[in-house]
Design a protein around this ligand. Structure first.
Ligand code: ADP
Length: 281
């Protein structure tokens, strides 16, 4: 662990018992370095992440069924896209299986809410990335009464059972809930309106969603309270500082991959014999 981390990210960002209402979204739990130190460390740790991910992919190619699934949840402008671009962007895209979940299509609505999720699960050796996920079905759906409480209420237990199944099949889940303050969100939305290169990220509905923040806060709290399990824990990421978000997610992914204790797959051929053959070829 780099010396600027006084507590490992896996400990410092644990959701256990955390109250979102009390969260300081500008904090950098566990990390004492400043932005410059953080960015410097990020370069170094991205290399580590990249090598671990390559090992996962290599093992998958050799038949290993295990995978890692990063689940990113957060309100608009929390920085999910930045994580995908900058953290996931530092690893080999061949081994990445990225899915963004938006408003369900008509076909998706005809199925159980986990139908589209199951279709997008990473295969062995893949690093799956969910930009939003099945948790929208207890967040936006709950906040906007898209289905009655009798329908969303049982989903917490159902999601826990679903994730238990995934873990038993060899998927390591890394669930991260990202939070920015309402002020920081306003700043980021304003930037999207100032810069033509950011217009594409702006959605007028994002402004309306701000009014629903108390209800979202409640729904996020219920999500953390009810679906933070020992086999698929939640991490809560204060996300006002983009550099910290990226560093923290990198660390959480490194931890998940290290726990798989991956080695490079052994050669399925006699190396010396192949060297001799190559010399003669
Ligand atoms: P983003 O806002 O992340 O850039 P999109 O423009 O595709 O991406 O918007 C995603 C939208 O889809 C969000 O408003 C989100 O709440 C909504 N959404 C995702 N899943 C569901 C769901 N299961 N039911 C209803 N709305 C959903």
């Amino acid at each position: 662990m780099a010396k600027q981390w006084t507590v490992a990210a896996t400990e410092a960002l644990k959701a256990d018992g955390l109250q979102i209402a009390e969260l300081d979204t500008s904090a950098r739990p566990g990390f004492t370095g400043d932005k410059e130190a953080g960015l410097e460390l990020l370069v170094e740790r991205s290399q580590v992440l990249s090598e671990l991910q390559e090992k996962l992919y290599a093992n998958g190619r050799s038949g290993d069924k295990r995978s890692v699934l990063l689940v990113l949840q957060g309100m608009d402008t929390a920085g999910k896209g930045g994580i995908v671009r900058h953290v996931i962007g530092s690893v080999d895209p061949q081994g990445v299986d990225h899915t963004a979940f938006g408003v369900p299509t008509r076909e998706e609505l005809r199925h159980h809410y986990l139908w589209r999720i199951r279709k997008a699960l990473p295969r062995g050796g893949q690093l799956g990335v969910f930009d939003r996920s099945h948790y929208e079905d207890v967040l936006v759906v709950r906040v906007h009464n898209l289905v009655p409480p009798t329908e969303w209420e049982p989903r917490y237990d159902e999601i826990n059972a679903f994730e238990r199944e995934l873990v038993d099949e060899g998927t390591t889940l890394v669930k991260i809930a990202m939070f920015v303050s309402l002020d920081e969100q306003k700043k980021r939305l304003a930037e999207r309106l100032e810069r033509p290169d950011k217009y594409w990220k702006f959605n007028p509905a994002d402004i309306d969603e701000r009014a629903h923040w108390p209800a979202y806060q409640q729904a996020y709290q219920a999500m953390l309270d009810r679906t933070c399990t020992e086999y698929a824990p939640w991490y809560v990421l204060p996300a006002d500082r983009k550099w910290f978000s990226r560093l923290a997610v990198t660390e959480l992914l490194i931890d998940a991959l290290e726990r798989l204790e991956l080695d490079w797959p052994a050669a399925q051929f006699d190396v010396e014999e192949q060297k001799r053959r190559l010399a003669r070829a």
